[in-house]
Design a binder for this molecule. Structure first.
Ligand code: G3P
Length: 509
């Protein structure tokens, strides 16, 4: 009998990856494709859901073909996805009524600002565990229903989008739901993704009527919420479809929660940080939905079939890798690889601080009107100082959220398991350790997001028998310890906090 594997789709902000893993958690096939970032206006960020679906099919097919694998060798498929990004599509034709509104999109800033300091914001915090912010899906789906031009993407229908939603003709979902619908025909989402919509009660585990009413979202549009790893399966791929085989789609999680699973953060206190377009630090808190008093989110970590929901505290940082991309956009770098080289060419930033609040600031500040700021420039400032300050900003933002976590938990984070593109670079990891003043642990398999999605699907089909089996697969590649003394690190961090103050509430109408 041919060897079987588990496949994982990792649909991220910048592109889509498909990976195939063996029982030891080793990668046996992989393919990746970027998609277009659409910016109709400053602060607006959209993706074309059809392009994402086409890319998904392309990477799955390419990865299998390149590795000489057949789809029948896949025991299951799992999905990890950029979270909060909002898709609305026609239940009959399966066509989106508008582009996806991406988590980074700021077009609903005014709507959200008007809700700040009201009873709605309190309800959001108490019920969903989230802060009232444009980041989450609720104001995005509301915007699509109120503003989508029905003629733009779906030329077969000309009647009003909101009327069609109320008549039960439209479906809403985050990107997991969109892909699972395209793969299986079923309209479902997992509990971690539901927890990012600002519409879901994370303790009672149901859609919240009051918030649905506030954002005018008809219940008929909502997907059914299922465990992240589901023995009942979300559905099967179509034997007559692009894959040519009936494979169970048996797990899905938001990408940051997938990384939590992939990093085997199964015990309360286990913490991981993933560096992508943004960076997202999650601490597992077990069956307790711990309420943060320091600007963190209470979110669902994962749920296995038939088991209670596991919660996490999250520090969401909107701009990490995107800050490096910006350095390229303004001509300070010709490629990402130059970043560490230039940063290392100077001993310090010479007093320069870059606060990359391009999409506002997430945790722990939650200021959707914050703007990017550079302070400390002198006549002696060189390109390398600005590049180093930008790289250091990623570490300072991590320290912001680990400080909040320590305050909430009452103990300092002993170590951070890290993953994502940037952690391949040793200089970057050492910088994190020095600034954050904690051990940084890099695992052998750093594609932990895809691995976590594979684990969710593989546990559901019994490819892996227990969490203990997964623990065996996790191996340390390298551990970085702080080489900067605590006092110097604290002094520099004070200056960072002053720089952040200057970036707050800067945007005007
Ligand atoms: O919440 C947004 C997050 O899921 C995006 O992750 O890796 O695409 O930057 P990433």
């Amino acid at each position: 009998m041919a060897t079987t594997y588990v496949g994982a789709i990792d649909q991220g902000t910048a592109g889509t990856r498909f990976m195939v893993f063996d029982h030891d958690g080793r990668v046996v096939a992989s393919a990746y494709r970027r998609h277009e970032q659409i910016h109709p206006e400053p602060g607006w960020v959209e993706h074309d859901p059809v392009e994402i679906w086409n890319n998904t099919k392309a990477v799955v097919t390419t990865a299998l073909n390149d590795a000489g694998l057949d789809a029948t060798q896949l025991g299951a498929i799992g999905v990890a996805n950029q979270r909060e990004t909002t898709v609305v599509w026609d239940a009959e034709t399966g066509r989106p009524v508008y582009n996806a509104l991406v988590w980074r999109d700021r077009r609903t800033v005014d709507r959200v600002s008007a809700m700040r300091d009201t009873a709605v914001a309190d309800r959001i915090r108490e019920t969903t565990g989230l802060e009232c912010d444009p980041y989450f899906s609720a104001t995005k789906v509301e915007w699509i229903l109120d503003n989508a031009d029905p003629l733009k993407l779906d030329r077969t229908r000309a009647d009003d989008v909101r009327d069609r939603a109320e008549a039960g003709d439209l479906l809403f979902g985050t990107v997991d739901a969109w892909l699972v619908y395209k793969l299986t025909g079923n309209h479902v989402t997992d509990v971690t993704n539901a927890s990012r919509t600002m519409l879901y009660d994370v303790r009672d585990l149901e859609w919240d009527d009051a918030l649905l009413e506030e954002f005018d979202v008809p219940r008929s549009m909502l997907p059914t919420v299922r465990p992240s790893s589901d023995e009942a399966y979300y559905g099967y791929t179509d034997a007559d479809g692009f894959l040519g085989a009936e494979v169970p789609v048996a797990g899905a999680l938001g990408d940051q929660q997938a990384a939590l699973l992939g990093q085997t953060c199964f015990d309360p206190g286990d913490t991981k940080n993933t560096y992508g377009v943004g960076s997202f630090c999650l601490m597992h808190t077990g069956e307790d939905a711990v309420e943060s008093e320091h600007g963190l989110l209470t979110t669902v970590g994962f749920q296995l079939s038939g088991e209670p929901v596991q919660y996490a505290l999250e520090g969401s940082v909107f701009t990490a890798g995107a800050a490096i991309r910006w350095l390229g956009d303004v001509g300070l770098l010709t490629n990402d690889a130059q970043t560490a080289e230039l940063a290392r060419s100077v001993d310090s930033t010479d007093g320069v601080y870059v606060v990359p609040a391009f999409d506002g600031l997430g945790a722990p500040h939650w200021d959707c009107r914050a703007c990017g700021t550079i302070v400390g420039l002198t006549r002696g400032t060189r390109k390398a100082h600005v590049v180093r300050a930008t790289l250091e900003s990623i570490a300072y933002q991590t320290r912001d959220v680990t400080t909040a976590m320590a305050a909430d938990a009452g103990v300092a984070t002993p170590s951070l398991r890290v993953d994502g593109g940037a952690v391949k670079n040793d200089f970057f990891c050492q910088l994190q350790s020095d600034v954050v003043q904690t051990d940084i642990v890099r695992p052998v398999v750093d594609e932990t997001t895809a691995l976590g999605a594979a684990y969710a699907a593989g546990l559901a089909v019994d490819y892996w028998g227990s969490l203990d089996e997964l623990r065996w697969n996790w191996q340390v590649d390298r551990q970085f310890e702080p080489s900067l003394d605590a006092e110097t690190a604290a002094r520099k961090y004070d200056r960072w906090e002053s720089a952040v103050e200057r970036s707050l509430d800067w945007a005007t109408d």
